[in-house]
Unconditional design. Structure first.
Length: 244
């Protein structure tokens, strides 16, 4: 599973090589720092998860618990958890950026929809409304009957006026049209939930995050040197055998 936090910027359009116009949403994705690694094998109540932080924040804006939690890391604005496979290789302090994704990859985006305030049944539930004529008076957008006389109550889940929007939603299988590593931006096909500046969770159901650390590079270089030495020794032995 690959994952990243981002901020919705705006919508634009890009042109493909064949001239097709594709509407995309610009997302400021990452960089995100790993602030905590949760091991489900230690505590039965927990699951294997990784907590990442996103956004710059002034230290004095954090409470004492947050300051202690981020004691050896830079302050972050928000922190969110993502479930992950037990065999992951992420460590506290690792930095994730847009390079973990690939162009053309399908991702899921989770965010909070725009709040619409208190709305009636016509807008909220797509009711048709009452007839415009034939005796209708001041009832054009009213919901009508709320139930039968017999039960003498309104059943649960009856569609009524109320607060609309401002709910978490997930849009699946959105294509990453373009990645801009220099600007830390993802161009994702289509519209995304929420208004500009909203926090988005971008993740995939499959795949694995692979980070190249300095220690890994050093180990790789040492291994290559050892292999080269073994190869040279083998060649030397073969030459000595041929001379004999």
């Amino acid at each position: 599973m690959k994952f990243l936090l981002g901020e919705k910027l705006d919508m634009t359009q890009v042109f493909k090589e064949d001239g097709e116009v594709v509407p995309v949403t610009r997302v400021q994705a990452g960089p995100c720092v790993v602030t905590q690694v949760k091991d489900g094998s230690v505590n039965d109540n927990e699951v294997n998860a990784v907590q990442i932080g996103f956004g710059d924040q002034k230290k004095w804006r954090l409470n004492k618990a947050q300051q202690q939690h981020l004691e050896d890391l830079d302050p972050v604005k928000v922190m969110r958890d993502f479930r992950i496979e037990p065999d992951h290789e992420l460590k506290r302090g690792d930095v994730l950026d847009v390079n973990i994704f690939e162009e053309g990859e399908k991702v899921n985006v989770r965010g909070t929809t725009k709040g619409q305030g208190f709305q009636g049944v016509v807008k909220r539930h797509n009711f048709a409304g009452a007839p415009a004529t034939h005796g209708t008076k001041d009832q054009h957008r009213m919901p009508g009957s709320a139930g039968a006389t017999g039960p003498a109550k309104v059943f649960k889940n009856k569609k009524m006026p109320g607060r609309m929007g401002s709910k978490k939603t997930t849009i699946q299988n959105l294509e990453i049209v373009k990645i801009k590593p220099e600007e830390e931006e993802l161009l994702i096909k289509g519209g995304l939930p929420g208004s500009r500046g909203n926090l988005l969770r971008i993740f995939t159901e499959e795949g694995k995050i692979e980070l190249e650390r300095e220690s890994d590079s050093e180990e790789k270089a040492e291994q290559e040197d050892e292999d080269q030495e073994e190869k040279e020794d083998k060649q030397q032995k073969e030459e000595d055998t041929q001379k004999e």
